[in-house]
Design a protein around this ligand. Sequence first.
Ligand SMILES: [Zn+2]
Length: 412
Amino acid sequence: MQTSDAFAGLECQECGERFDAADERSSSSPDSQVRQEDETAGRCPDCGGALAPTYDYDAIDLDRETLADRPFGSQWRYRELLPFERSAAVSIDEGGTPLVEAASLADELGVGELYVKDDGRNPTGSTADRGQSVAVTAARERGVDTVALASTGDGGQSAAAYAARAGLDAEVFVPSRATFTNKAMVNVHDGEMTVVGGRVGDALEAAAESIEEEGWHDLGWFATPYRHEGAKTALFEIVEQLAWELPDAVVVPTGAGVGAVGVHRAATELERLGLIDETPAIYAAQAAGCAPIVDAWEAGRDEVEPVEYPDTICGGIEIPDPPGGSLALDAVAESGGGAVATEDPDILDSAVAVAANEGLEVGASAAAAVSGAWELSRRGEFDDSDTVVVLNTGAGSKSDDVLRSHLMGQGI
Ligand SMILES: [Zn+2]
């Protein structure tokens, strides 16, 4: 594997056990505690916990000036903090998305400054591209032929695109409610798509069965250690785009937990490298119709309980049993943030308001973060000197039908 210089293997996020990422590196591993097992493509073989890359941070020599000299066109500019060499990366120039100031929204919320990190402007129109770029790189480095996953839509579309780029086959399982754009583009990228009747839980079951039978490489949330790794580059960019002035809060639309976990990892790493002195408060925003992370947060639990009857128009984040639930709860707690849920009509109103007042197209699921920020402001979590960043995880034009139906339902 063409791993990056400081990459030190995978660490279980639950039990702390460390594993080598690939057999090829085992003899050169600097850490005698690192176990060498080939099954570490997925989750911890000891406890089933999610894995994440870890680095020899003392060996990383990175400063603000070095970063400033690099072009802003791809997340792979943070190569010291990614597990693979840039030359090995399966990349379509994901990342490098704009941080757009939304002045009228800031006024309405009563905060100092509000920015939208517009990850809808990624190659396949969603933030999933960051993680899939890293995860598909890992898959290709491991020599697999076929990648597979269950997805609410955007992750599957993205996986199909990156598999195409890497010359791998993609098997994508989506629930019937996934958007037309997601389904169409999986096929357009020459991926195999299985539409599973029901909701995402049904798609996950069908995918798990086929992945086991066929021996495919799983690119699902937290089944690969690398999607939450790619997700962290959004925060690296935000901090640089704010000229190293940290935002007070980052509000992340949250389904599986990849974004919240990634953003927290990024903040922790920048602090550890001495590039920032403190970390922003991270807020996980969910739709009230499926808010297991918010429910756990409000009840003071550190584990999520699955939602029995999920029901939200925000299909992209309708994940009743989020695989990164406990890690997302850790992320918001450690960062001094929180979790917030809002109702579907408020979420769609927010997407429409941002489109109408700011010109920005925010996806229906991502808009949970906009209405979540609104709600946090109403609760007094922000003040008029705060800088707040909302992560737009998906392009508004991918949920055009949902947004327009909402307008028509109001007689507009
Ligand atoms: Zn473990």
